[in-house]
Design a protein around this ligand. Structure first.
Ligand SMILES: Cc1cc2nc3c(=O)[nH]c(=O)nc-3n(C[C@H](O)[C@H](O)[C@H](O)COP(=O)(O)OP(=O)(O)OC[C@H]3O[C@@H](n4cnc5c(N)ncnc54)[C@H](O)[C@@H]3O)c2cc1C
Length: 415
């Protein structure tokens, strides 16, 4: 019998999952269908570079259909609900797509409307976001005409995709302003809801040192309640106000609306609770989740979706063969942190181990938790890897989905 595998979302995670499964199953064994609301696949990591003129928006978008292996059916529809009892995905055109195995890969939705001041006429005149394509292009124009004052970068609240991206924005802004001879005229401020620059202690110390070196003021425990555009103030829930001339905000993130609209599928924010090791949803054993849509203690990053891919594939194969899930995801995440001046840091960690110094992926390799030009080259090379290795669902040579241990200097974690 042929199994019907349906993937909701044709972004990073859905595309790599579908391509892996297509290779794994001959077409008589399984049909694989990807449903996405549109045919524009955006390379999101490139958004960081657009405001600084280091990436062209049009180069970041490709057709989704062309990223999918032949034999994968692509349906351009918006999913409005999942009926877990009957095993159907309901779409906005009234169609219902039946499944035996469902893979949820619908990522995150930006929810600026949840923060007063981030929507409505003219909100992007003084406050901007680089988290979508149009926003990053508008920010490029705003930054080009910025001549000095208070540049405030603010993460509204967690979780967000790529939690290091706002920090990278600060580093690149510092570099950009120095290059234009404007740095002395700009106060650069970073507002974060966390109690430090990042969630992991060792990495936090390194990043806070770098922010201090570059003269970026960090305001912690700052959860934004409102952006008061008339007075150009960002206001926190505990009543603190930070003045800005140019604000760069990361809006609140939620899961896709159909998740909350489907009985028993997700939580109130639209994320899908799942077993962090098997990626099987808590809702049903035949529903799996991959990428940003999942409520897991791993960062929302393309690298995470990549490492999850092998686990998802093995566990879907086992499910269809009526075996218990054999593969375990360890939370492996690998993130380059662009720090300006053609340098970047690299962090590599998992559920159990926070970022540590050393080298990646083995004793000889890219330096961990330290700025280097090699890491910057790695960050820029990631784009080609993304289109040609990650999305086709291939493995990186010499790198498995589990976090590599050799090269990690656990002994150097500061107490
Ligand atoms: C500025 C920025 C910089 C980043 N930098 C990095 C980086 O350097 N390294 C890194 O590893 N990661 C980075 N990331 C994170 C990375 O891009 C995401 O983690 C990754 O794209 C998540 O993949 P996904 O498939 O879960 O979600 P997405 O790629 O967003 O795909 C979700 C898909 O679901 C579709 N969808 C949603 N709802 C529906 C619906 N109702 N019906 C049909 N389709 C639907 C959407 O159209 C979309 O195509 C960055 C992200 C941003 C925003």
């Amino acid at each position: 019998m042929s199994a019907r595998i349906v993937v909701v979302g044709g972004g990073t995670a859905g595309t790599l999952a579908a391509n892996r499964l297509r290779r794994r199953f001959p077409s008589e064994r399984a049909s694989i269908t990807v449903i996405d609301a549109n045919d524009r696949h955006l390379y999101k990591p490139g958004l960081l570079f657009v405001p600084f003129g280091l990436a062209r928006p049009s180069r970041l978008v490709r057709s989704r259909g062309t990223q999918l292996a032949s034999g994968v059916v692509f349906l351009e529809r918006s999913v409005v609900q999942v009926d877990l009892d009957s095993g159907h995905v309901l779409c906005d055109d009234g169609s219902a797509v039946g499944y035996d195995v469902l893979v949820l890969a619908s990522g995150v939705r930006l929810a600026p409307e949840e923060t007063p001041g981030l929507t409505g006429d003219g909100w992007s005149r003084s406050a901007h976001s680089f988290y979508d394509l149009e926003g990053s292009a508008r920010l490029a124009a705003a930054l080009a005409s910025f001549e000095g004052g208070r540049l405030v970068v603010a993460t509204m609240d967690m979780p967000i995709a790529c939690p290091v991206a706002p920090l990278e924005f600060c580093f690149l802004a510092d570099w950009h302003l120095r290059t234009r001879g404007l740095r002395a005229k700009v106060e650069l401020v970073y507002l974060t809801p966390l109690d430090g620059a990042f969630t992991k202690a060792t990495c936090n110390r390194e990043l806070e040192g770098l922010l201090a070196d570059k003269g970026v003021e960090v305001v912690t425990d700052f959860t934004t309640a409102e952006v008061d555009r008339a007075r150009r103030r960002i206001v926190s829930y505990d009543g603190r106000e930070v003045a800005y001339d140019l604000a760069v905000v990361v809006p609140l993130h939620e899961g896709a609306a159909y998740v909350s609209a489907s009985d028993g599928l997700g939580d109130a924010l639209g994320f899908v609770p799942a077993d962090p090791a098997t990626l099987q949803s808590r809702a049903r054993p035949n529903v799996f989740v991959i990428g940003d849509a999942a409520d897991l203690p791993a960062p929302k990053a393309a690298s995470v979706a990549h490492f999850e891919g092998a686990v998802l594939e093995a566990n879907i194969v086992a499910f269809l063969e009526e075996r218990p899930p054999p593969a375990r995801f360890d939370g492996h995440a690998s993130c380059f942190i662009e720090s300006g001046f053609h340098k970047a840091l690299l962090i590599d960690y998992n559920y159990d181990l926070e970022p540590v110094p050393g080298h990646f992926p083995a004793r000889v390799g890219l330096p961990l938790l330290r700025q280097s030009h090699l890491n910057h080259l790695g960050k820029r090379a990631f784009e080609q890897l993304y289109w040609h290795v990650l999305l086709p669902g291939r493995e990186l040579p010499g790198l498995r989905s589990d976090m590599p241990e050799s090269g990690k200097r656990r002994d150097l974690i500061a107490a």
